[in-house]
Design a protein around this ligand. Structure first.
Ligand code: UD1
Ligand code: CA
Length: 436
């Protein structure tokens, strides 16, 4: 007889609930708070990244204020949307998710939609602590230099967490505590939903405070664990415009530091804006006041800036150079190609060894639609050239200064065109235009 495999009780993988229904009053905005962008993407997108990065696929998002806007922005995301019609506090918000979570044995990670700097590794570490402590609740805490506004974590003489007290409700002595509640927790699902039903909104804000479940757990003899985050930037909650820009600065610094580790030089890192999620190969030098948006790919030994703007869809091949006041969008610049001064390159596919003369513009938009420009290997454009797309310049083709190459009038390989509208020059008058 074949042996029956011994299987323990199957524990469902963790699910996540992101609390994102709040009004964000202090942002003074008509927009939902979680839609405000940090380093070019909505706060909620960063939180979702952390959750997915930690391997959690069952994600619930509690929405309320401007929930239509939020759902629309994130349509196509696999999250389950939970409505909290009336905002009665974080405890009330989590309770709204109870009917949707299902498996009562589950571990629930609960996150705030307004804390976009959390790393996936930290969420994973919290889940690990929660499992190994077999706790009903595990809270991520952090010692921060300025704890004002956050809930404070109170501990007994033995160092065990006894409660979390909100800033507004804290005594002077409690406010002196610098260990704060990050707003990220792991719970045993059934235990937390049961504890939430015992909360009372007896506090300064008359709200159901989620952190109050700590006291309920301890009163019921259920174990409460904690993990201290070592990097205080990870727990920043965004409640104001200032905190929004602080959060962007943190993410930009992280991305630049990561790229420096990989061999990229930033001449002035404090004056360079790089969104998370770019790829840059070693020995590329990024000069000051450059903006690099997410998804941009830059090869090795490229030279970028000063004052370049590389938008999504940009790809620079090895040894390419992009300089002062050059904006590139959804375009590829081939090996050893250069666009050094005052250009817009949009929806363009540019080959190798191309010289884009100062002030060259790809006129990609006809008022209704965007059109592509193709510039083949070894071609060059004279200063102030306008290429009205869709248009193509063949291998080694050239334009004279101020040429306007009109739509569909492709420049054949090796031919020089000039004028407005640009036309081939008679072979005798062709000159070798040189840009540097
Ligand atoms: C909360 C914690 C605090 C912690 C801090 C970390 C409570 C009571 N306090 O404070 O201990 O230090 O986060 O950043 O939980 N939300 C809802 N529905 C509501 C109310 C809030 O979905 O009815 C959402 C908000 O959209 C936000 C999150 O919950 O994303 C936190 O709410 P917020 O009002 O910002 O709480 P804090 O005062 O920052
Ligand atoms: Ca907050």
């Amino acid at each position: 007889m074949p042996e029956t495999p011994v299987t323990g009780p199957t524990v469902a993988p963790a699910a996540a609930v992101i609390l994102a229904a709040g009004e964000g009053t202090r942002m003074k905005s008509d927009r939902a708070k979680v839609l405000h962008e940090v380093a070019g993407r909505p706060m909620l997108a960063h939180v979702l990244d952390a959750v997915h990065g930690a391997g959690i696929t069952a994600v619930h998002v509690v929405v309320g204020h401007q929930s239509g806007q939020v759902r629309e922005r994130f349509q196509g995301t696999s999250a389950v949307w939970v409505e909290q019609a009336e905002r009665r506090g974080t405890g009330h918000a989590l309770l709204m998710a109870a009917p949707h979570v299902g498996d009562a044995e589950r571990t629930l990670a609960v996150l705030c939609g307004d804390a976009p700097l959390l790393r996936a590794e930290t969420l994973r570490a919290l889940l690990e602590t929660h499992r190994s402590a077999a706790a009903a609740c595990t809270v991520l805490t952090c010692e921060v230099p300025n704890p004002a506004g956050y809930g404070r974590v109170l501990r007994d003489a033995a160092g065990a967490v006894t409660s979390i007290v909100e800033h507004a409700d804290a005594t002077e002595a409690e406010r002196a505590v610098r260990e704060i509640n990050s707003g990220l927790y792991c719970f045993q699902a059934q235990a937390v939903f049961s504890a939430l039903r015992e909360l009372r909104p007896e506090n300064k804000k008359s709200e159901y405070y989620l952190p109050d479940v700590v006291r309920v757990f301890l009163a019921r003899g259920l174990p409460v664990a904690s993990l201290r985050a070592t990097d205080a930037t990870e727990v920043l909650g965004v409640n104001t415009r200032r905190e929004l820009s602080d959060a962007t600065r943190v993410l930009v610094r992280r991305e630049i530091a990561r790229l420096e580790e990989e061999g990229v030089t930033f001449v002035a890192p404090e004056n360079t804006y790089v969104e998370p999620g770019v790829r840059v190969a070693a020995d590329t030098v990024i000069h000051p006041f450059t903006v690099i948006r997410h998804g941009v790919v830059i090869g090795k030994a490229c030279d970028v800036g000063p004052f370049s703007h590389l938008r999504p869809g940009t790809r620079l091949d090895d040894h390419a150079e992009v300089g002062n006041f050059v904006e590139v969008k959804n375009s590829r610049l081939g090996r050893h190609s250069k666009a050094k001064h005052l250009s817009y390159l949009g929806d363009a596919s540019i080959g190798a060894d191309v010289n884009i003369g100062a002030g060259t513009i790809t006129a990609n938009y006809d008022g209704k639609r965007k059109h592509p420009t193709v510039i083949e290997d070894g071609a060059s454009t004279g200063s102030g050239t306008v290429l009205v797309a869709p248009v193509r310049m063949g291998r080694g083709a050239k334009t004279g200064a101020g040429a306007v190459v009109t739509r569909g009038h492709d420049v054949p390989a090796g031919v020089l065109v000039a004028g407005v509208p640009a036309r081939p020059l008679p072979a005798t008058s062709r000159t070798e235009g040189k840009e540097s």
